[in-house]
Design a binder for this molecule. Structure first.
Ligand code: HEC
Length: 152
């Protein structure tokens, strides 16, 4: 949790702009990061919904991969000047992210907490996996509702 807090705090103060990446590349990397999160979540969601047979090892691995992704220094992905107003057609990240970093941080913490809880139970059976995946999915949606545009 502390790591996530620190990286989000840095994101909030990154306006001084120490990152030399082109804005388009930042947006591309951000989307790639969330693509990976979504990729693992698709496996877990498929099992929770009965579209994929439950497998303890696969579920554990996917949960662990998402946990690993939460260790990523996401401040690098939230560089100012990379919202959908700055880069129309390239990103769905709303400008609200940069005006409400505390809110993003709150959503990020709920997400992280749900990932930790999921990791505790992912390998223990479908009955435990289902609600944990549901809870995690709710934290994805909560952030997307406020900070991700529906369209490009
Ligand atoms: C703290 C906020 C936050 C949380 C939590 C979050 N996301 Fe996102 N997600 C975003 C933002 C912002 C974008 C838009 C990125 C862009 O377009 O630059 C995004 C984009 C995506 C994308 C689209 C990537 C693309 O190709 O453009 C997927 C898939 C995704 N998220 C899945 C998830 C899943 C699954 C979870 C939960 C397990 C999750 N996200 C949790 C903020 C969040």
């Amino acid at each position: 949790m502390r790591k996530l807090l620190i990286s989000t705090v840095i994101a909030a103060t990154a306006a001084t702009g120490a990152v030399a990446q082109a804005p388009s590349d930042v947006a591309k990397a951000r989307r790639a990061f969330y693509t990976l999160v979504g990729y693992e979540m698709a496996t877990l969601g498929g099992m929770a919904q009965g579209k994929i047979d439950y497998d303890a090892e696969t579920a554990s691995q996917s949960a662990k991969d998402i946990l690993t992704l939460t260790g990523y220094h996401t401040a690098d992905l939230y560089v100012p000047g990379t919202s959908n107003e700055d880069l129309p057609g390239e990103t769905r990240a709303k400008a609200a992210i940069w005006s409400d970093m505390a809110g993003v941080q709150e959503k990020g913490m709920a997400f992280y907490q749900a990932v930790v809880e999921l990791n505790d139970v992912a390998g223990t059976g479908l009955d435990a996996l289902r609600p944990a995946v549901g809870k995690l999915g709710g934290t994805c949606k909560a952030c997307h509702d406020d900070y991700r545009a529906a369209d490009f």
